[in-house]
Design a protein around this ligand. Structure first.
Ligand SMILES: NC(=O)c1ccc[n+]([C@@H]2O[C@H](COP(=O)([O-])OP(=O)(O)OC[C@H]3O[C@@H](n4cnc5c(N)ncnc54)[C@H](O)[C@@H]3O)[C@@H](O)[C@H]2O)c1
Length: 349
């Protein structure tokens, strides 16, 4: 019998971890067992204030965390041994997940890894709309990065419904996350990634195996959201209406419009705060409606979208938990539950 009320532990309570914890709290078929980290800074202390049991991810850090005034319930390993955790969502920095994999194996606990890990950490890289079935019942899955998730949603939808012969995507990345902008970042410049293709294209192919895609990337000096510009050669001739319909029908993708004054990433961020989302998070990928264009011969499609890097992978993490534990066998059912509980919309107005 499929277990319900799945016990979830979030390991690494940073940008992604704290959002995953909040998203899990909103799912009636899941319960948050606690969060684990290696520090006791303001973020982790706020988790304790909210009543989340806090664990030390590595035993060596427990005493220091307690010394900093945090109530530490135990270590990650002790918790895994207790059998109370069905799924760990590992949101620790890139590379830590791969090191933790052995621990999860030892206790037979399922785990969702993040996009900073390599595909091989789980063998299944995941975007719910594209390959939910591949993760069904598995022990491990990797939710791909924010950039790859956005590409898989938008280009993936066009590939599925129309057919993509070749996709080329240019990515302007944010330099650094908001919370650590005081520590690192770049100013007044754009820094191109000199490796072509950038890793995002090959990463999208770990989800959509037959997608011909090349990506090029550069880092800007802003700290929120990436911007993607896509040029897509289609397998058959299309009209503007065909493309608009595909984007319109795709879950977790919305339209925004310059006509409404949405003229930059900053305006999308303000819009998402006005929507009243926790932390101003946008789970959807906003596509500029007027950027969608089709070449004169109908063989190429062009479009521009924003990638809300802190939040667009959050619904995917929730679906990944359902897929691993087989709470839902069908992508559509899980996506609709997740979107309903998180308040994901198809139109902002
Ligand atoms: N930040 C983004 O925009 C973004 C978007 C999509 C995916 N990701 C991916 O999500 C993962 C986490 O990134 P993030 O931005 O949330 O990082 P973060 O630095 O904001 O948070 C990481 C947290 O893990 C903790 N940590 C450090 N070492 C640890 C350990 N050994 N065990 C447990 N916890 C530890 C840190 O103290 C911190 O609280 C990465 O794989 C990243 O590539 C990040």
């Amino acid at each position: 019998m499929v277990k319900t009320n799945i016990g979830v532990l979030v390991n690494g309570y940073g940008v992604i971890g704290k959002r995953v914890a909040d998203a899990v709290l909103r799912q009636p078929d899941m319960r948050l067992v606690g969060v684990a980290d290696v520090v006791a800074d303001w973020r982790v202390k706020l988790a304790a204030v909210r009543g989340f049991p806090v664990y030390a991810s590595v035993p060596e850090r427990a005493a220091e965390m307690a010394k900093r005034g945090l109530r530490v319930e135990g270590t990650l390993e002790e918790l895994l041994r207790s059998g109370d955790v069905d799924v760990v969502v590992d949101c620790a920095p890139a590379g830590v997940g791969a090191k933790n994999r052995g621990l999860y194996e030892r206790y037979g606990v399922k785990a969702v890894f993040q996009g900073g890990e390599k595909h091989e950490v789980a063998g299944v890289s995941f975007v719910a709309q594209r390959n939910y079935g591949e993760a069904l019942g598995k022990q491990f899955v990797r939710v791909v990065s924010c950039n790859t998730t956005a590409i898989c949603r938008v280009v993936g939808a066009i590939h599925e419904k129309i057919g993509v012969r070749r996709a080329r995507v240019v990515i302007f990345r944010r330099a650094v996350d908001v919370w650590e902008s005081s520590r690192t970042g770049i100013m007044n410049t754009v820094v191109p990634e000199l490796r072509v293709p950038s890793h995002h294209g090959p990463d999208a192919q770990t989800v959509i195996k037959d997608l011909d895609i090349v990506t090029m990337a550069a880092k800007g000096s802003h700290n929120l959201y990436h911007l993607h510009m896509a040029m897509i050669e289609t397998r058959s001739r299309v009209t503007l209406e065909d493309v608009v319909r595909v984007v319109e029908e795709e879950p977790r993708v919305i339209f925004v419009s310059g006509e409404d004054g949405i003229d930059g990433l900053n305006a999308i961020f303000e819009l998402s705060r006005d929507l009243g989302r926790p932390r101003g998070d946008l789970y959807e990928v906003p596509v500029w409606r007027e950027s969608i264009s089709v070449s004169r011969d109908g063989g190429e499609v062009y479009l521009i979208w924003a990638t809300p890097n802190e939040s667009n992978v959050i619904p995917e993490n929730v679906d990944a938990i359902r897929a691993l534990t087989e709470l839902e066998k069908e992508a559509r059912a899980s996506i609709s539950k997740t979107d309903g509980y998180l308040g994901v919309v198809k139109s902002v107005y």
